[in-house]
Design a protein. Sequence first.
Length: 323
Amino acid sequence: MDKKKRPFKAFRKKATIPESAPKSATKLSEGINEELPILHPGHEGSVSNIHICQEKWQTYVTLHFGDIGIFFSTLEYPVYKEPEFDGDSILDDTTGILKGIYIDDFKTYQKKLDKLEEKKVSVFAFIFGQMSEESKQVCARSKKYEKVITRQNHPLKLWKIIRRTHLSAQTGHNRMDRRQARKEYEVLRQHPDGETLLEFKKRYKHAIETLHAVGETVPSEEDQAIDFLEKLDQNKYAEFAADLHNDAANKQEMRVADTFPNTLAAMYACASRYKIVVNKSRVPAGTTGVALLLQRKINHPKTSRKQSNSAEKPKRRRQGQHT
């Protein structure tokens, strides 16, 4: 006799609450996809896991739903170009070939728009399903939240609400939120021990996103490049920063085209190519001039001091010695 086959039980991995979740949470939350992080707001001084969610969610949505996933970063849906209608050429074409090509292109264009609308509903359900109850309560502070979740067809609007309420510690007071975002940006520095340039760039971009989310003035592209440079670990990048400033000053004096990196991406690329020589003497980050001066003192001691220490004093003549 054939043995009866046991019904297959799908393996389900338990979802875990990130470290930033409230300590009071005792029951594990489960999202639509248990392999992906569940969104939690910051709590009792800890930060939200929104950046982790953004990275993982965007990868997942792009993989399963296509180019709509770009809105996590661009804050815009993909835009498709409508085929151009050249009426004169189509009317003059007696074969009808141009008309057929245009109709086919327009049908393809319309299908893309229809699929995009369908994907919006699915992606909205995914995001909402990956939100913890605490996050939903925080988002409910927004006046637009109730309208957005009622329609359930606009994931971008939901994501903007999430960014606004999770990127920075929310006090419920706009001016205080902006002040907190400014303060976090001002004190931001690359950690001297172990933080790579790429890791710091991610933290820097997160700080910029926070400024934007709370409605604070965001530095221009050129200012971002300079700020990023000044916030690097000066024990590693002091000489690099000084070389850039000196090169820019010399070219300005010589009236030569300036090659100073004027965007965050350009500054990061330039810094990533720099060969780091670690200075043993620790110098506080953000003090480029002081760091450079100290580095020169260490590597090139003053010749006058060296000579004064090494020079021998003239010997006294012994009594009775003739010239």
